[in-house]
Design a protein around this ligand. Structure first.
Ligand SMILES: C[S@@+](CC[C@H](N)C(=O)[O-])C[C@H]1O[C@@H](n2cnc3c(N)ncnc32)[C@H](O)[C@@H]1O
Length: 411
């Protein structure tokens, strides 16, 4: 029955939906003030950049001379109230590093793409205005614009055309640090082919948006399957708010079995219609994933993955139950149990525990708290992997590049 209703709905509104699939005519977010969902998305972008830029621009040991930033669906630069959109956020966060970039003789390439010509024109004006104000601001370390370490390129192309034009060179220079923001309308652009190209780039982190409610509604319709092959069953067997988790699972299923790749979700519920959109973050590096999850946990201190109560936790809704087991955040409790079970199964190195933490969508401070509690009740022993040095209580070395290798044993 639902299929029939969707089919009728689809046929009736086919024109609009076709556009939404194609990403050309989704709601024009620049014609009004950005809503709460868009602001959440943009604040995740900004916070992630705050942690990504220092890694690639300030790290003492770097083996690259150039980094590249792509905003493939850049929009106009601002909403009608002057709130910054993604391209201006990139510029604003980057300008903090102008002096460092110059001192280190680095180059930063920025590619801002927008398909609609009227928006593209506005984008150019927004970028030019930002740059001229930036140069006059007194903080600019360059004597004239030719010395600017940024190389700007605005493009007015269909995403797929542009990406496929750029890809061979990206692949050839796959070790170059890159960050890509793919803020599509709808669901169409990050298909199997583009996804496999994105994950093939060794030092590229990306963040893309997808309309997960939309994917749920039209799962298994032939027009839809062309872009995203998620079965209706996958959505139906999950909880109502889990549609973006289902989408994440789908992209995970596209990873080659021998590839250790890191993906993480963030679900965003739109305030006006309750539709769920979501971000998918991807990186070849666990350190990239740690940075993204740290950003996500700053925004959502209960599950680290949504701008709403995704697991319907009682405690967040303020319904304190008489049964203490109800007064917990389910995801946190499950994680605590899974860490303990995994240590009970066999001793684990700090590196394994660090990776397990991230794969479970948590960050080292969560695990540290659990391990410290286990140590207080003498349930955990920490030994060095090499030598016989005594390890200080409370030290578990849960970092990407830890100073020591230790073994955690449950007793
Ligand atoms: C969600 S908006 C992006 C908003 C932007 N990131 C911001 O913060 O303001 C999606 C943008 O993609 C553009 N677009 C639509 N189809 C496109 C295509 N085929 N290739 C590139 N851009 C496209 C739209 O015109 C729209 O401006």
């Amino acid at each position: 029955m639902i299929d029939v209703i969707n089919r009728v709905f689809f046929t009736y509104f086919y024109k609009d939906l076709k556009h939404t699939f194609s990403g050309v005519m989704g709601k024009d977010i620049h014609k009004s003030v950005f809503d709460e969902g868009t602001l959440t998305k943009l604040s995740i972008l900004r916070e992630y950049l705050k942690s990504w830029f220092p890694v690639f621009l300030k790290d003492q040991k770097h083996y690259w001379e150039r980094i590249q930033i792509y905003d493939f669906f850049a929009g106009e630069g601002f909403d009608i109230a002057g709130t910054q959109g993604s391209p201006i956020i990139f510029l604003e966060e980057l300008r903090k590093y102008c002096t460092t970039i110059k001192e280190r003789n680095l180059k930063v390439d920025l590619v801002f793409n927008e398909f609609k010509t009227n928006k593209y024109d506005k984008l150019n004006l927004s970028v030019q205005k930002f740059l001229s104000e930036c140069r006059l601001s007194g903080n600019c370390p360059c004597n004239d614009s030719k010395e600017c370490p940024f190389n700007f390129n605005t493009e007015n192309k269909d995403f797929k055309v542009l990406f496929n034009e750029l890809y061979p060179e990206m692949k050839r220079t796959s070790k170059m640090p890159r960050f890509m923001f793919l803020d599509q309308n709808g669901i169409k652009f990050i298909n199997r082919d583009i996804f496999s190209k994105l994950i093939s780039l060794e030092r590229t982190d990306f963040l893309f948006l997808i309309s997960s409610s939309f994917a749920k509604r039209f799962a298994e319709m032939p027009e839809f399957m062309e872009y995203l092959k998620v079965s209706r069953q996958e959505f139906e067997s999950s909880k109502p708010y889990d549609c973006h988790r289902v989408i994440l699972k789908y992209y995970k299923s596209l990873l080659p079995p021998d590839k250790n790749y890191n993906l993480a979700p963030f679900s965003i519920r739109k305030p006006n219609n309750g539709n769920i959109y979501g971000l998918i973050f991807g990186s070849n590096s666990p350190f990239g994933l740690e940075k993204f999850l740290t950003t996500a946990w700053k925004l959502d201190q209960n599950t680290g993955e949504a701008n709403f109560n995704i697991d319907n936790d009682q405690i967040i809704q303020g319904n304190i139950s008489l049964f203490p087991e109800d007064n917990v955040i389910k995801k946190v409790e499950l994680f605590k149990n899974s860490i303990i079970e995994s240590l009970k199964e066999t001793p684990r190195t700090n590196k394994e525990v660090y990776l397990f933490t991230l794969e479970s969508g948590f960050i080292p401070p969560h695990t540290l708290e659990i391990l410290k509690a286990l140590q207080r009740t003498n349930h955990i022993i920490v030994e060095p992997v090499f030598g016989s040095e005594k390890i200080k209580r409370g030290s578990f070395f849960l970092q990407y590049k830890p100073k020591k290798e230790v073994l955690l044993r449950y007793e």
